[in-house]
Write a protein that binds this ligand. Structure first.
Ligand SMILES: [Zn+2]
Length: 317
């Protein structure tokens, strides 16, 4: 079970949707990617949803697929192929790799979704040629991933890079991790929604997406600028922490809210002055380059690493 195909399948699954695409060795997405809902009640349904998406994608022309790379939210035991925990999927100590290999008849590798996105940005996106990169993804929460000395850093348990759950405000907003004042409660879509709710007041909490606020800011609505400035301050504060801990060459900002680009990054970058030298002058803070496909591209690139040579992992095992 391993092949010398000309493409890998990259998959990115989160709590609401699963995306699948065929990816070449150079990280290029071949043809259209496919996105479907991923609402599942248990791990068996997660497997069903992934397999259904894969079969649909294969039907579009995937006869020559050599393997599968899966990016999944949560703590992933990459070596064991197990999803240890996931914040938004019903997976706990789930041997997802084995289940998928049985069902698909293809070799599968599993990685945390932010880690996969970091691999993609590092190899074929915004951070090509860099040795030390921190990726942050701004969505409902904040995901993080580390490329250190040119390599993905997973930590002892596959849980490294959870910078969204570093506390920036003692006794602050309650976070779903159980603590209070986590960074992801402030510098994320959740944080922006809270600020807009507080400043505009009239609207239901969460009624404004980051995109909508960005559009209003571009049309010079003062309240939108004020809201974005507050979130950008929180973003900058967290980036200063990252710079002081990791001394990266580059911080790459992606995710849905990250699409606001310079509207957020410009003001956040100002705060870099508070970091220690020389990072405060030399660390670059840039937008991610690969958009929503980063996770599935990175997962596929990791599959290329493992299965690109025919039978490589089987030999290793
Ligand atoms: Zn938290």
């Amino acid at each position: 079970m391993a092949g010398g195909g000309t493409m890998m399948l990259g998959i990115d699954i989160g709590g609401t949707k699963v995306s699948v695409g065929r990816v070449g060795r150079d990280g290029r997405v071949l043809g259209e990617t496919l996105t479907r809902p991923s609402k599942a009640r248990d791990s068996a349904e997660v497997v069903d949803i992934i397999c259904a998406a894969v079969h649909k994608e294969l039907a579009q022309g995937g006869a020559d697929v050599a393997g599968v790379g899966l990016g999944c939210a949560g703590t992933i035991d990459h070596a064991g192929g197990v999803v240890v925990t996931s914040p938004n999927l019903p997976l706990k100590n789930a041997p997802l790799r084995e289940r998928l290999q049985e069902r698909l008849g293809l070799p599968v590798t599993i990685e945390n979704d932010a880690n996969a996105a970091a691999v993609a940005e590092h190899r074929v996106g915004a951070a090509v040629g860099m040795q030390h990169v921190v990726l942050i993804t701004l969505g409902t929460g904040i995901g993080g991933a580390l490329i250190l000395d040119g390599k993905l850093y997973r930590g002892a348990h596959g849980a490294a890079g959870e910078i969204g759950h570093t506390v920036v405000e003692a006794d602050g907003e309650t976070c779903k991790c159980g603590r209070r004042g986590c960074w992801e409660q402030y510098a994320s879509g959740t944080g922006l929604a809270r600020v807009v709710f507080r400043t505009v007041g009239l609207f239901e909490r969460g009624a404004f997406s980051g995109e909508a606020v960005g559009a209003l800011a571009r049309e010079n609505f003062a309240a939108a600028h004020v809201a974005l400035a507050e979130v950008a301050d929180w973003l900058g504060l967290g980036i200063v922490n990252i710079v002081n801990i990791f001394d990266p060459e580059m911080v790459v900002v992606g995710g849905g809210l990250g699409n606001l680009g310079e509207l957020l990054l410009g003001p956040a970058r100002e705060m870099l002055k508070e970091a220690l030298p020389p990072g405060r002058d030399q660390t670059r803070v840039v937008s991610a380059a690969l958009g929503a496909d980063a996770g599935l591209i990175g997962a596929a690139l990791l599959a290329w690493d493992e299965f690109g040579v025919k039978g490589k992992r089987e030999v290793a095992e």
